[in-house]
Design a binder for this molecule. Structure first.
Ligand SMILES: [Zn+2]
Length: 139
């Protein structure tokens, strides 16, 4: 700051202004060069394409959960069906029947960044689960 003021008072004409503009342009060019110089150009276009496609996929996705680990958006990869032989239902003390009875489906989501997998109870089974909670035994 102080040094700039000193230079300004020394020149005191339009040359000073031109000098500043040239300096700013040079800085910008250097930034871009440095960015490309590190070999990031190709990686960036790959990443942009990935991001672009992802955005389009996510637009059609009814639910977009966030990754519990890195907070990136997760893509719906498919559904897993839980059958009787895979799932042993638990009946809570306060309930007459199991909270969740097989068969039911889970939506399987994959993180687009760290590939963590998350499973969420699929839509048609949520209401049933909430009903089971609502119908807890009254004392
Ligand atoms: Zn993640």
């Amino acid at each position: 700051m102080e040094r700039n003021d000193e230079m300004g008072s020394r020149d005191e004409d339009e040359d000073d202004e031109e000098g500043q503009d040239a300096g700013a342009a040079k800085d910008k060019a250097w930034d871009e060069m440095d960015w490309d110089g590190k070999g990031l150009l190709l990686k960036n276009s790959d990443r942009l394409r990935y991001q672009d496609s992802m955005d389009r996929i996510l637009l059609d996705q009814p639910e977009v959960p966030e990754c519990p680990l890195c907070r990136e958006y997760m893509l719906l990869a498919g559904q897993e069906t839980m059958g009787d032989n895979q799932f042993k239902a638990h009946t809570a003390e306060a309930l007459d029947k199991p909270l969740l009875a097989a068969p039911f489906a889970l939506d399987v989501y994959v993180c687009t960044s760290c590939f963590q997998v998350s499973k969420v109870l699929a839509e048609p089974h949520r209401e049933a689960l909430m009903d089971n909670v609502r119908n807890s035994k009254s004392e």
